[in-house]
Design a protein around this ligand. Structure first.
Ligand code: SF4
Length: 338
């Protein structure tokens, strides 16, 4: 066992997180898998409520596999990166149809499921089955980059190759689940992205970045690209006599894939008029609602909502107050304001 693994396991006994809602003894692999997928792009503090709501509605793989996609998306709405939810749903169906509802226990089978990469597969095997398998999520990448002063950014395949080599080298054959959880915990609570708490760190004695007082320059940063701003997108809110609103399902690819949203178009007079008439030749623009922005990781979207009365509309019209469809956060905000 390496010094890092030994020091971490010693620290984990009294300091590791052991009461997260997906942790149980014996482990529930459905809970581990679901939490790992939710945690792929989201922090623990945000995931907890979504996880609890999700397992209340879909208590096991069978319940998830037999659910309608819209039901799954509505429980995921707000968590972002919606392909995760669609892949989770697809995987549940595969597990039920091809594995009798029992999650497989081999790396090859797990990594072949939609949306499961090598690190998530490792975490499921390790935390769900106690099988020795390395992980390399964001927390682990950062901790190893500092511990070994790995030069370069994660976008380089050479850097990733080196990090995987180190991750494998440190992964112990025994107490693997504890080690994996400890790696995740130390990255989330001690070796944090900004101002790591090196004075409280159980692996500081052998951490190369700390010993060189360079913990703040590792991992190396990528040169920043300027944030793109997409402006003047108009969201057209069609409302009929019953105050119901028109929503349509977005394509699975692209932003908010698979969720329900208003019509949208470029924000200029001509396009808006055409879009309104295309929807219903008797529809009329009532007013513009206040513009607002929604910030994505890579760009900012400016939204200019326009309220339109659409007499006689009924297909795909829904009551805003009792909506059970998955809708993106800005659409939810507009519905609440309506
Ligand atoms: S000593 Fe500091 S930089 Fe090194 S692993 Fe610990 S917290 Fe991270």
């Amino acid at each position: 066992m390496t010094e890092l693994a030994r020091d971490l396991l010693h620290w984990f006994k009294n300091n590791g997180r052991k009461n997260l809602p997906w942790q149980s003894s014996p482990p529930n692999v459905y809970h581990i898998w679901l939490s790992e997928v939710m945690l792929q792009q989201t922090q623990v503090i945000t995931v907890i409520d979504y996880f609890n709501r999700f397992i209340t509605t879909f208590p096991d793989i069978e319940a998830l596999a037999s659910a309608k996609e819209d039901q799954v998306m509505s429980k995921w709405a707000g968590l972002g990166y919606y392909s995760r939810a669609r892949n989770l749903h697809k995987t549940a169906k595969i597990v039920v149809s091809e594995y009798n509802g029992i999650f497989p226990k081999t790396y090859a089978a797990i990594v072949a499921f939609p949306g499961i990469g090598p690190s998530t597969a490792g975490a499921i095997l390790s935390l769900g089955g106690g099988i020795s398998a390395p992980i390399l999520d964001g927390n682990v990448k950062r901790t190893l980059s500092r511990y070994h002063k790995v030069e370069g950014h994660y976008s380089s395949s050479l850097v990733m190759k080196e990090l995987w080599r180190l991750a494998k080298q440190h992964t112990p054959q025994t107490k693997n689940a504890e080690y994996t959880q400890a790696m995740m915990d130390i990255g989330a609570t001690i070796c944090t992205p900004k101002n790591p708490l090196c004075d409280n760190c159980p692996i500081a004695e052998h951490c190369e970045a700390f010993l060189a007082k360079e913990q703040n320059i590792f991992p190396h940063k990528k040169t920043k690209k300027q944030r793109v701003s997409k402006k003047n997108i108009a969201f057209l809110i069609f409302q009929n006599e019953k105050q119901e609103v028109f929503l349509k399902k977005r394509p699975n690819k692209g932003i908010w894939g698979g969720l329900w949203s208003f019509e949208e178009c470029e924000d200029n007079d001509e396009t808006i008029d055409l879009e309104v008439l295309r929807h219903n030749e008797n529809a009329k623009i009532i007013m513009s609602l206040p513009k607002f922005k929604h910030v994505f990781t890579h760009f900012t979207l400016w939204i200019n909502p326009i309220l339109i009365r659409s007499p006689g509309g009924s297909i795909n019209y829904f009551s805003a107050s009792s909506l059970s469809l998955g809708v993106p956060a800005p659409v939810k905000k507009m519905l609440q304001e309506l």
